[in-house]
Design a protein around this ligand. Structure first.
Ligand code: ADP
Ligand code: MG
Length: 514
């Protein structure tokens, strides 16, 4: 009896397990070489020829057109890592892949999948305890936050020197939106602008929108601005029946023109008299109205996209007005200064200070599109990790040191675990070793030698990581060198990798409809 369509494909038992595990491992393997400060970049070219150059695990996995369902689960690991904590996406994917690799060996040794799953979950608990033990004792101050930002950016296309100044900018941005109610991460935006070097990246105390004034005669700078945000067309409505006239005499023509002019002048007057000195509108503004407002010294931006209008309104405290008759001073937002600047072919409006300064914009500069795109990702990650570290107040040593202590603690406690489950717990520790091993391999070191040295240093000194500073690679306490990661990044990596690996290992039947 057939219960499935003849076209559907079914793989069962060991075959299903090993094909899933292989797919998962392959995906993790594909991002391994990008891990750490000496990680390499990947160039991804899509079918349309668009190119993305990146070092970011989540970006790589999303750009790769991955179809295998088990492989897709590893992509989800790095996605959830990105979403929850904003960094550690490569670490999480590589860990998940190695947990699968170890699971494969265990299955070959006839350890049942449910035993593996139990062992992995127990080991993950021990790993979380080990992370707690590694948490810094000192307060997370600006210095540590800068270290967190810099550690997350090293190895990205930021270039050695600038990482330090970018880190400074990132910390300043997060401090700016740190309130009693927590870090308002959403109040930090990143605006990229090609041209100049990444060193020119700066923090704007407000927002930046891609807009130029509606008229050349308008001021390019307004101080103490009263800002109106309108969804009103300041033009004679085209296609509107009321605006059509049957003209059969010169008087009527003049009357029609007068009526139109009157209407336009009325708009300009209403706006000018309202007291607003800067106007953002999502609709069009007639030249005549723009000209009249320019003469009054009013700065107008027309045809804004809805999201820009929303951003301006929310940053400046303006209320959007849909009908000119309703425009009142109480609807205005405010800013200390609004100015327009030209960068190559682009015109930008900066809305700064006053109410607008509750939000900040990291204004990212870089020589080419690929550079600013990668910088935007790196800065986005850095903003996330600094926010995470500031909110939790918990950081752990980076450079593989936390992973060395995790593996050590798991091995120690595995001795007390009975039966085959012990094998699974130990295998988890072996999988965690992938992080220091990969950091070693990516710096051109022998992974085994480095692992042995790190364990010895961990035994005698406590914290021991493989620190990369410029051309030098040393084994030392990462806290001493400012190589730190938020504790939550490590916790999330352990949890999401364990979850995906155990889910994949437990599958022994794959039924695919065609
Ligand atoms: P992920 O996507 O997992 O964040 P990264 O390529 O950003 O991958 O690498 C993160 C790893 O690099 C972390 O383990 C971090 O501690 C380590 N790291 C960062 N800076 C240094 C450094 N200067 N020396 C050694 N390791 C570092
Ligand atoms: Mg990172």
């Amino acid at each position: 009896m057939f219960i499935m369509s003849e076209d559907s494909q079914r793989t069962q038992g060991r075959d299903a397990q090993s094909s899933n595990i292989m797919a998962g491992k392959a995906v993790a393997e594909s991002v391994r070489t990008t891990l750490g400060p000496r990680g390499m970049d990947k160039m991804l070219v899509d079918s349309g020829g668009d190119v993305v150059i990146t070092n970011d695990g989540a970006t790589i996995l999303n750009e790769m057109d991955i179809e295998h369902p088990a492989a897709q689960m590893i992509v989800e690991v790095s996605d959830s890592q990105e979403e929850e904590v904003g960094d550690g996406t490569t670490t999480a994917a590589v860990l998940a892949g190695n947990l699968l690799g170890e699971a494969e060996d265990l299955i070959e040794q006839d350890v049942h999948a449910t035993t593996i799953v139990e062992g992995y979950h127990e080991a993950a608990e021990i790993a979380l305890e080990a992370i707690d033990e590694q948490v810094n004792e000192a307060d997370v101050d600006d210095e540590i936050l800068r270290q967190v930002a810099e550690s997350s950016m090293t190895g990205k296309g930021t270039g050695g020197l600038t990482a330090a100044s970018l880190a400074e900018t990132v910390v300043e941005a997060i401090r700016h939106v740190d309130t009693d109610a927590g870090v308002a991460r959403d109040n930090v935006t990143v605006h990229t602008q090609i041209g100049a070097s990444s060193n020119a990246t700066e923090l704007v105390p407000g927002i930046v929108v891609d807009e130029d004034p509606a008229h050349d005669g308008m001021p390019s700078e307004v101080e103490d601005a009263s800002i109106a945000v309108l969804d009103v067309e300041l033009d004679v409505r085209t296609g509107d029946v009321d605006a059509e006239y049957a003209i059969d005499s010169i008087d009527q023509l003049n009357a029609a023109i007068d009526a139109e002019e009157g209407e336009l002048e009325g708009y300009a007057e209403t706006v000018a008299e309202s007291g607003a000195d800067v106007v953002f509108t999502t609709e069009d503004v007639a030249d005549r109205v723009a000209n009249a407002l320019a003469n009054e010294g009013v700065l107008v931006f027309e045809g804004l996209g809805d999201s820009d209008a929303r951003q301006v309104a929310s940053a400046t405290g303006a209320r959007r007005v849909g009908d000119l008759d309703d425009l009142e001073e109480s609807d205005f937002g405010s800013a200390d200064r609004i100015h327009t600047e030209t960068y190559g072919d682009d015109d930008l409006a900066f809305v700064e200070g006053g109410a607008a300064a509750e939000t900040v914009t990291v204004f990212v500069r870089g020589g080419t599109e690929h550079i600013v795109d990668e910088l935007e990702r790196a800065i986005g990650d850095a903003l996330d990790v600094v926010a995470t570290a500031l909110e939790s107040g918990e950081v752990v040593p980076g450079a593989g040191a936390t992973e060395i202590s995790i593996a050590d603690k798991i091995r120690e406690e595995a001795a007390g675990i009975e039966g085959r489950k012990q094998l699974a717990v130990t295998a988890f520790a072996d999988a965690v070793d992938i992080v220091p091993r990969t950091l070693a391999a990516n710096t051109g070191r022998d992974p085994i030698d480095v692992l042995v040295d790190l364990r010895a240093a961990h035994e005698s000194e406590g914290r021991a990581g493989l620190i990369t500073k410029g051309d030098e690679v040393t084994i030392d306490d990462p806290f001493e060198h400012g190589v730190v990661d938020p504790a939550d990044v490590k916790r999330e990596a352990v949890e999401s990798a364990t979850e995906a690996a155990t889910m994949i290992a437990r599958i022994d039947d794959v039924i695919a409809a065609e």
